[in-house]
Design a protein around this ligand. Sequence first.
Ligand SMILES: Cc1ncc(COP(=O)(O)O)c(C=O)c1O
Length: 259
Amino acid sequence: MGNYQGLKKEETRNEYGKDIHYTSWPVGKIPKEFQRPELDQVRELGYDWDDPRDVVDMFEDKVAKFAGSKYACSVDCCSNGLFLAMKYLNAEGTITIPKRTYASPPMQIIHAGCKLKFEDREWSGVYKLEPYNIWDGATAWTKGMYVGDDAIQVVSFQIKKRIPIGRGGMILTDSKETYDWLKYATYDGRNLREYYMDDEFAMIGWHMYMTPEDAARGIILMDSVPEVNEDTGGSSTYSDLSDREVFKPHLEKETGFKV
Ligand SMILES: Cc1ncc(COP(=O)(O)O)c(C=O)c1O
């Protein structure tokens, strides 16, 4: 596994002054009693890592294999994963979703600059943000859950989900290009394999990354949760959002013809 600061431990970069050392954040910096326990716990379970960010890579690989997608990009929650998927595809116009879902996906559609249409659609585990090949998969966690067909499918690790890290998500994709863009987008445009001081930053990114400790918790939970599970939500478990005042200014206008 790579050394994410591009330096060996204790190596100094003279051109930046001798105060700048390799810092494998946060291990080694925070007194043991202040550190979260998950990185040690995951090591005790037999997972080997050098840099804490290796654990994020390991969690991504593990989720991709489990889901049946080629890649999985970690993110700080499913809501932000859906938002980034829409930004990646330059989504515009109207996006149609089921009227019975959680409140944040329609809010992310609005934040991404799109109009919203609610429809009466039955769903369980996953649903599509029509017409885009983006799927809200917050309530699905079962082996082989990736819908395939080049979809961008977003998983949630919110506390009521099967893998209850508390906060977190994973963006499943079969495209390396999509994965690479999302990786930069979730972490301030940074290339985590380059020394920070040298990084040119690939884009104006967002600050929506997963911490190594949360990834370690995800690995621990995955190893203790059954592989096959019923969905934790669907059209029968959410209230109807279509009559909520807050969304009304953002609904597609009903003209009866295309304008
Ligand atoms: C259907 C659905 N979509 C999206 C989300 C948002 O997930 P997160 O809390 O990870 O952003 C949830 C979370 O409860 C959900 O149930």
